[in-house]
Every structure is written in C-alpha cells, then in structure tokens.
Design a protein around this ligand. Sequence first.
Ligand SMILES: Cc1cc2nc3c(=O)[nH]c(=O)nc-3n(C[C@H](O)[C@H](O)[C@H](O)COP(=O)(O)O)c2cc1C
Ligand SMILES: O=C(O)C(=O)c1ccccc1
Length: 387
Amino acid sequence: MANFADFQLGIYLDGLTGAKPELPLTYSDLEARAGEVMDPELLDYVAGGAGDEHTQRANVTAFHRWGIVPRMLAGAAERDLSIELFGRRYPTPLFMAPIGVIGVMHESQHGDLEVARAAAASGVPAVISTLVQDPMETVAAELGDTPGFYQLYTPNDRELAESFVRRAEAAGYAGIVVTLDTWSLGWRPRDLRHATFPQLRGLCLANYFSDPVFRSRLEKTPEEDLGAAAIAWAMTFGNPGLSWDDIEWLRGLTALPVLLKGICHPDDVRRARDGGIDGIYCSNHGGRQAASAPAIDFLPAVVEAAEGMPVLFDSGVRSGVDVVKALALGATAVGIGRPYGWGISLAGAAGAHHVLQCLLAEADLTMGLNGYRSIADLTPEVLVRTV
Ligand SMILES: Cc1cc2nc3c(=O)[nH]c(=O)nc-3n(C[C@H](O)[C@H](O)[C@H](O)COP(=O)(O)O)c2cc1C
Ligand SMILES: O=C(O)C(=O)c1ccccc1
C-alpha cells in the first residue's frame, strides 16, 4: 500500500540539511510561478475561461461550502487510496484531465510526452487530448505501465473519427473519452482580446497532421502549407450536429470502454447508460465552455443516475481536500486540469509529478486525520454543508 503522506516527511527530512522544496506547494503559488515563465497569451488561454469567468471561480469556491466530519480513534493510521476502474486497480483516485494545449506548455514543445512520463512515474493515468504536439502513438509509448485514455473530439468527418478511434486502439489506450461540451468554442474574452488561440496557428494538431484520412482531404500537405492545414482543422473540428445517433455509432466502433465527458444531468446519464456507454465524466470543462453552475453541484445526482457505472469528475479541484470531497460525493476518480498544467510548465514531468504528490499527500493526510481509512469510507455522510 503506497503511503502518500511520506512525501510530507521527505520534505521535513530534506529540511534538516537546509533544503527547501523548489516547486510551489499550493495552487495559487503554482499559477503565479507558471505565470512568470509562460508566454502571456498562452497563460491567458490556460488560466482563462468562458464569459466573466464566474463559473470557473464558482467551481473552486463550491468545494469550500462542504466540510469534512472528523472521527477520532478510528484506526486510520494506514490508508488505502486505491480504486478500481474498468476491471483494473489504480494506486490512486486521481487522473490527469485532457489539456489540448499541454504540448506547448513545456519549453521542449513536447509537453504531451512530459504528461505521459508523469503518468508513468506516478501511476496516475492521463487522459490524452485529441489536440497534441506529438501523435497519440508517440505519447502512448511514454506511458510505461500506467494506462492512458484517449480523449476524442469527434470531427464532423466520420472517416476521420473512425481513424482516430482505430489509432487509439492500436496504440493501446485503455478507453475512449468522448468530449461533448466543446462542439463549438465557448465565448472566451481573453482569447478574443488576443484574437487567436494556439490551434489556429497550427499548434497541437499532430493527430490530424499524421492522419492519413485528414491528409487525404488536403490539397497541400501541412508541411507545405501550415496555414491551410490549420484552417482545414478548424473546418472539421467542430461538430454542432453531433447527436445520440453518432454516439451509438461510436459505441459500436470499438470494444474499448467509452466514456462521455461533459455530462451533468441525470437524464443524459440514463440515456448514455441505455446506449451502452461504460462511464460518465461529470465536468463543466473547468468553466471554459458554457457558463454554468459549479460542476460539483451536479455530481450527486449524476452518481445516483449512474447506478454503479463509474463516474469520473473534474472542474475546480485545487487541493487534496477537494479530492476527498469529490470522492465523498460519489466520484469514482477525480481529475485535475490546470494544476498539473502549471507543473508541466514549470518542470515538465517532474513538475506534474510534484503536483500529484502534493495532492495525494494532502488527500491521504486529510483522510487519516479525519479518521477515514479507505475510499469506501468516503460516503456523503462524511460531509457537512457549511454555507
Ligand atoms: C488549457 C486547457 C485545455 C483543455 N483542453 C481540453 C481538451 O483538449 N479536451 C477536453 O476534453 N478537455 C479539455 N480541457 C478541460 C479539462 O479536461 C478539464 O475538464 C478542466 O481543465 C478541469 O478543470 P480544472 O482546470 O479546474 O481542473 C482543457 C482545459 C484547459 C485548462
Ligand atoms: O481550450 C479548451 O478547453 C479546449 O478544449 C479546446 C477546444 C477546441 C479548440 C482548442 C481547445
């Protein structure tokens, strides 16, 4: 059983020789430090979100409306944070959410490989975006023994969508996460102010540029005319007409587990269940797409409607305490987005691994000090509404 709290002990032991942690330990410090090293437009793209950004702020503050009920002398000196997902045991309940620009967040411009290396080093699975700097096969080769999931943005070209799914299967991904909330880009004033976003400049499009179906649609190759290839991407990326019929078609394409990302309503959960979907991913895209309510507010009803089907959750998780709360509200696994993104910017795989270690140490200590030994102990009764 991994003891994630040992990370804390290690910092104090190193401190005996005068060493202090080089990387930030809190979300606000991470974001501030990443802001010092990142290109300002890219920083805005990652940090920003939809509209007045109140949804992304609410995602974070919603966690503060819950408190954890402490139990004493509860025999929680050793904890088990492992979970089971699609028949496989994972050492932690965390996963790295897809970030379709992570490739350019690291100075090497190979941030996706750094993410995969962080997954390999930590055992925390990564959901790899459709939007990557290195083709999904190259990313998969860096995952080591840790499973990766492939996040599909379903293009409006079925042959291309099928090609992506086939490539993900061949590359060994453990499941397909179909993102539903981004069939068109949200209203993002920060990006609009800059009048651009990274993919429009041809960045993070390696899955498209390496795809025989996508290439067959072009008059000139991306190597000959990057601008035209990026425009061709923009024309195929969005899929406003995507429907439950398309989901049925996608479901029928593969034997891999299929999850739907962006589901927040119980009726949509039931529809997915009836359509043979294997997992729900409750999320509001970190407040980057539509103005909405805090995603965590939707989680209990989503979990209830899922009737035992795995429910992944992300949006607004900033600490190990938040991880514990999301698990208590019924998440099977908890995703983080921006926090590990800042880690990649600051120190690549080691930076993301550091962020994961901080979250896990805090989650582990929070469970132990409050008297909860395993994730099965984290039921809704563990929480109290404080505001
Ligand atoms: C810069 C950035 C890019 C993202 N790109 C994708 C993507 O390509 N595919 C996707 O499904 N979600 C994407 N997301 C959403 C994340 O997967 C996740 O839902 C969100 O970041 C969680 O919220 P958090 O950042 O508050 O942790 C992106 C998020 C950010 C911040
Ligand atoms: O920025 C995002 O959150 C994202 O998922 C996205 C969607 C379309 C194009 C570029 C990024």
